[in-house]
Design a binder for this molecule. Structure first.
Ligand code: C2E
Ligand code: MG
Ligand code: MG
Length: 598
């Protein structure tokens, strides 16, 4: 009888009696005329470490070797009559073999593949199995034999390898590799059930600082604890993945609305609220998060992750401990920034930066007091790009250090032109960015520039914004001392915006204070601004500093500043920033510009 027919009709055909009638031992099963090598073959089969069994065309067992008996928990002499090949497998596995292995062996003579044997005590064993069909051509299958080899080691090794490549060694969480696979599954389910899914990208705030101050071991402990706490908030089908050093990605499926995410965000924050312990200290950890929701914010895993990342960047930019949902315009802006960044990287090599110069005047005499050098980017297709647009990007990418150095050198070189135009030495002011100011090479670099360009140090003024100085007053004090020692002038820019501590201002070797345009624009009508401008002037004078007002646009503003003793002014009322070529015509401009102050 055909094996599969037999199996499908198993209840009827498989009685112990029938089994016994058909089964016997190997001697009876093998061809009656004993082969001369029969004894030796039997010895080999008995001594192999593989499982070997022989069954008739219906699958009833006729022979099982010693290893097979041991695996199935049968003693040496125990009767195998009544055992069927399918008894060695779970129901599902035997169904698979019946559909796949035995028909293939019947058709091709042999089948090879992996399967799982069910051993004594319900243990399972991974095996590489061969099924052979024996019979005369065209006479159907008379016998089946099968050989199975234990491959559990190999399987275990392969699984471990898979686990290692798909998991993060530190936290034991799945990693990026596993993420996409899981997301495919979650999105397919959401598509089918018409529900939502979400990708949450989560970045620990200030983790790098904690890591640096407590050490990497403590950092690792924290990451493991954070991973555990976050994971404890999730449902069994959700996944959390370690995405980068201190970044995690959470994927949630089966959401009925975007709003159902909010309780989850709350839960995640609450989980990290109690302090963590590391290196004998209590550590508080917050996170910023970006959220993208399927299907609105992306139909494929990669798109969702990218959009969650854009939202995360916005969350980080709005301050720590925030979460943001993706908004398409962020991405458009992101694309724009990306292309701007690529262009910026080339701008210095292609000499696309230029400096424009805006004049500054002494209020009393109306004479020229100096020029402020302001960076411009002559973009090949966008035209003149404003510094407000590209300086933050230069800062972020670190390119500001090279560009800032270029600006310093260029301003010194072009100051000769300014000197020639005005017929007298005029100081030139150059803005120094936060990143440049924090770079220890600044002082040496500046010394070299002054020497190379034969620039009298007293004709160069560095403008450093108040907020930069106040970020780390100790370090700022040291740098300002070193810069002052070179003989250059130092001005505090955008004064009034950075909450200066007077005690520090007094100690720094500053020469000038520039009142921010914000407090000038509504003078003299706005009472608050008037008070601030007035107080800034008197404070500057008390500290022995020259005071300059920037952004002066009207006669009224000038009158107010003059009345309150401001020393210098700069603004569109007197002159816009201009390219160096225009500075060559300066004596003419000088006369016109000085008129209001005369
Ligand atoms: P800042 O140093 O406070 O420069 C003054 C800004 O006010 C300049 O803008 C100038 O064009 C503008 N301004 C001058 N007078 C008036 C006025 O009457 N009305 C109005 N509305 N604006 C006036 P700009 O050139 O766009 O520069 C913006 C900022 O970019 C600068 O602010 C400075 O912080 C930064 N920056 C410019 N050049 C450089 C540079 O070479 N290096 C660094 N690190 N930063 C620079
Ligand atoms: Mg400035
Ligand atoms: Mg300013």
């Amino acid at each position: 009888m055909h094996l599969s027919t037999r199996l499908s009709n198993e209840a009827a055909s498989r009685t112990a009696e029938a089994g016994r009638a058909e089964s016997g031992n190997i001697v009876r099963a093998l061809p009656r005329r004993a082969h001369p090598l029969h004894a030796q073959l039997l010895e080999i089969v008995e001594s192999t470490s593989d499982f070997v069994a022989i069954a008739d065309g219906g699958g009833w067992l006729h022979y099982l070797n010693g290893v097979g008996r041991a695996m199935l928990g049968l003693s040496e002499g125990e009767e195998i009559a009544g055992l069927h090949l399918t008894d060695f497998y779970s129901e599902a596995e035997s169904r698979r073999l019946l559909a796949e292995a035995f028909p293939a062996a019947q058709r091709d003579g042999a089948w090879q593949g992996d399967s799982v044997l069910r051993l004594a005590g319900a243990r399972e064993l991974n095996v590489a199995q061969t099924v052979l069909a024996h019979g005369e051509p065209h006479a159907g299958v008379a016998m089946f034999s099968t050989i199975a080899r234990d491959i559990s080691e190999r399987k275990h090794f392969a699984e471990e390898l898979k686990r290692q490549t798909s998991h993060d060694a530190l936290t034991g969480l799945p990693n990026r590799l596993a993420l996409e696979e899981h997301m495919d599954m979650v999105l397919a389910r959401a598509r089918r059930d018409r529900t939502h899914a979400a990708a949450i990208l989560l970045d620990l705030d200030n983790f790098k600082r904690i890591n640096d101050s407590l050490g990497h071991l403590a950092g690792n402990t924290l990451l493991r604890d954070v991973a555990l706490r976050l994971k404890s908030c999730l449902r069994p089908n959700d996944i959390i993945v370690r995405y980068g050093d201190d970044e995690f990605t959470i994927v949630l499926g089966e959401l009925h609305s975007a709003a159902s995410l909010l309780p989850m965000m709350h839960k995640l924050r609450a989980a990290l609220e109690p302090p963590l312990a590391a290196a004998g200290q209590e550590v508080f950890i917050d996170f910023s998060a970006g959220i993208a929701i399927f299907p609105h914010d992306g139909a494929a895993p990669l798109e969702l992750l990218q959009n969650a990342d854009a939202a995360l960047n916005r969350a980080k930019a709005t301050g720590r401990n925030q979460h943001q949902f993706y908004q398409p315009e962020i991405n458009a802006r992101g694309q724009q920034l990306l292309s701007l960044e690529t262009d910026l990287r080339r701008a210095l090599e292609r000499a696309e930066f230029v400096l424009h110069y805006q004049p500054q005047y002494h209020i009393c005499s109306g004479s020229i007091a100096g020029f402020e050098a302001l960076l411009r980017w002559q973009h090949p297709t966008r035209g003149l790009v404003s510094p407000a647009e590209f300086i933050p990007l230069l800062e972020e990418t670190g390119l500001i250090v090279a560009v800032g150095e270029w600006a310093l050198r260029r301003a010194c070189a072009e100051s000769r032109l300014l000197r020639g135009a005005c017929g007298t030495p005029v100081p030139v002011s150059v803005n120094v960015s936060a990143r440049q100011f924090g770079d220890h090479r600044l002082v040496d670099e500046l010394r070299r520039i002054l020497r190379d360009e034969a620039m009298p140090p007293e004709d160069l003024e560095l403008e450093i914004t108040e907020s930069v100085i106040m970020q780390d007053v100790q370090a700022a004090g040291d740098i300002l001392e070193a810069l002052g020692a070179l003989g250059v002038r130092l001005a505090i820019d955008d004064f009034g915006t950075g909450y200066s501590s007077l005690a520090y201002l007094k100690r720094f070797p500053l020469n000038a204070l520039k009142i921010d345009r914000m407090f000038i624009q509504d003078l003299p009508w706005d009472e608050n601004d008037a008070t601030i401008a007035e107080a800034s002037i008197s404070l500057g004078h008390k500290l022995g500093l020259e005071v300059i007002a920037e952004g002066v646009e009207t006669e009224e503003q000038l009158q107010f500043l003059r009345a309150h003793g401001c020393d210098m002014v700069q603004g569109y009322y007197f002159g816009h920033p201009m390219p160096p070529e225009s500075v060559a015509l300066f004596p003419l401009l000088c006369g016109i510009a000085a008129a209001p102050a005369a």
